[in-house]
Ligand binder design. Structure first.
Ligand code: WQD
Length: 340
């Protein structure tokens, strides 16, 4: 299939692009580089050994989005593009709603015009809200989220569900990611957050490489085994493989819209992840336990049964793999992707 990967220069999009190419698919990238760098596209080409066409457009521009579909036949869309910082979304809600929803509308309109009926959406475990029982199961209702960012994911899932109900032939996979970490094993591709990282793994990696003094652990008094929060960390290469599996399953899906958890099914605490990273680096890393971060849940992880049974996919890389690959990427690219 020829797959349009929106947000294809981003962390998960770039790894998925390489996985698609390795599975014999053609890839067309669309990215406006709002939160990524063009040099990430060079790395996709180096790692895959293939030329990848790029459309440097803002997908909120419906005409430009339509033009991408007019220029070459597209068989499927994997939609990663979007703003994704939970904290920032609280201060800039309109920017988040406009950007994340409008880009989805442009893609759906262009797909309808050009007869494209396969769509894979980058959703998040954040749609389970604050009250779902652990492990999270796809059938849980009602979906909700605690931030404007998270609510864009809930809303887009609803938009896609309504659109599929009204559009014969449209097949949609909603992929609910848990906590993506890790990097390509080549050390050439990885996560490159701009500014101070919001998320745990890139923060630890920047402490290890000397860009930050120490890790602040947000809360040591949670009702968990060691008092720190537990999350379901998933290697970005496993996650990327999950997208390929979902894409290839779309034509035989039992329903027009299906949600799939992409997680490992195991919780790991902040301290456990830190200690695994210390093993990868070979020495201890400076850290201190500070107060809780507002909004954090104590512990959650995926029930990954559905993805295993229906997509034939499961995550198999370990926490040590995640740390070793992140460390290779971070130590070989201390400042992330080069500015170009
Ligand atoms: C993990 C744990 C922190 C940083 C978020 C979004 C979610 C998704 C992924 C995607 C928590 C602790 C963190 C630090 C710390 N978004 N922590 N010190 O919050 O599970 O999920 O990112 O686009 O929607 O909510 O991930 O990596 O921020 O935090 O102690 O400097 O690490 O308190 O327990 P989270 P995270």
């Amino acid at each position: 299939m020829r797959v349009l990967v929106s947000g294809g220069a981003g962390y998960i999009g770039s790894h998925t692009a390489v996985n698609l190419l390795a599975h014999g698919h053609d890839v067309v990238l669309a990215d406006d580089f709002a939160n990524s760098k063009p040099s990430a596209v060079d790395r996709i080409e180096q790692v895959s050994g293939q030329h990848v066409p790029l459309h440097a457009i803002d997908l909120c521009d419906a005409d430009k989005t339509d033009q991408v579909f007019a220029e070459q036949p597209i068989d499927a869309v994997i939609h990663f593009a979007g703003l994704k910082a939970v904290g920032e979304s609280v201060g800039k809600p309109l920017e988040y709603y406009r950007n994340n929803l409008d880009s989805t509308f442009s893609l759906l309109a262009a797909m309808r015009r050009h007869g494209v009926h396969r769509f894979v959406f980058s959703s998040s475990a954040t749609v389970y809200g604050d009250h779902a029982p652990v492990p999270y199961n796809e059938d849980y209702q009602p979906l909700s989220a605690a931030s404007p960012y998270g609510r864009t994911k809930v809303m887009i899932e609803q938009v896609l569900t309504d659109t599929a109900a009204a559009t014969p032939d449209l097949s949609v996979a909603l992929l609910r990611y848990f906590n993506p970490v890790g990097a390509h094993p080549s050390g050439r591709m990885g996560e490159d957050p701009s500014g101070i990282p919001n998320n745990l793994m890139p923060f630890i990696a920047q402490v290890a490489v000397g860009r930050r003094d120490k890790l602040s652990i947000f809360g040591g008094d949670y009702p968990t085994a060691d008092g720190t929060c537990e999350r379901d960390y998933i290697h970005v290469e496993d996650l990327a493989a999950g997208h390929v599996a979902a894409l290839e399953h779309l034509d035989s899906m039992s329903e027009p819209v299906r949600a799939f958890n992409l997680g490992t099914g195991t919780g790991t605490s902040v301290l456990q992840l830190l200690h695994a990273f210390e093993r990868a680096v070979g020495h201890e890393l400076a850290h201190e336990i500070v107060g809780r971060r507002p909004g954090d849940l104590p512990a959650y992880w995926a029930d990954p049964t559905r993805a295993h049974e229906e997509l034939g996919w499961s995550a198999h890389r370990s926490i040590d793999d995640m740390c070793a690959d992140t460390w290779r990427w971070q130590s070989e690219n201390p400042q992330g992707y080069p500015a170009s």
